[in-house]
Design a protein around this ligand. Structure first.
Ligand code: HEC
Length: 94
């Protein structure tokens, strides 16, 4: 599961959330910094909530910024679950 999560994270999340999941991906450095991505080490959401957030995106959650895209057309629930577990694993190593 972690291998799937890693692959998906590196394909779809790293450019915003960064290799360490702390929100320093290359896209976050663009001038238009309304694209400022969440530091996933500071999330207040639990695992289930993060999966839902990732599935439907920031707008659905009512996030003020809502720049986080929705991934429900790209990935199924199992895959999204894997990504969230991978993020936890990355953050645990800090
Ligand atoms: C285009 C940049 C971008 C990409 C790509 C992206 N995110 Fe995000 N993400 C954000 C931004 C910006 C936020 C902050 C809230 C918002 O604007 O909606 C966020 C918020 C989140 C949150 C909620 C954190 C919190 O505590 O509110 C989670 C969980 C998350 N992202 C996971 C992911 C995962 C998993 C992927 C890959 C499948 C991903 N993101 C891809 C930009 C991105």
């Amino acid at each position: 599961m972690l291998r799937i999560g890693k692959k998906v994270y590196l394909e779809s999340c790293v450019m915003c959330h960064g290799i360490d999941a702390k929100g320093h991906g290359p896209l976050s450095k663009l001038k238009n910094s309304s694209l400022y991505p969440a530091d996933l080490s500071k999330t207040l959401l639990n695992r289930e909530q993060q999966i839902v957030y990732t599935k439907y995106g920031g707008k659905f959650w009512g996030s003020a910024e809502a720049n986080m895209p929705s991934w429900r057309n790209e990935y199924d629930d199992f895959t999204l679950h894997s990504v969230i577990l991978y993020i936890e694993e990355v953050l645990d190593k800090k």
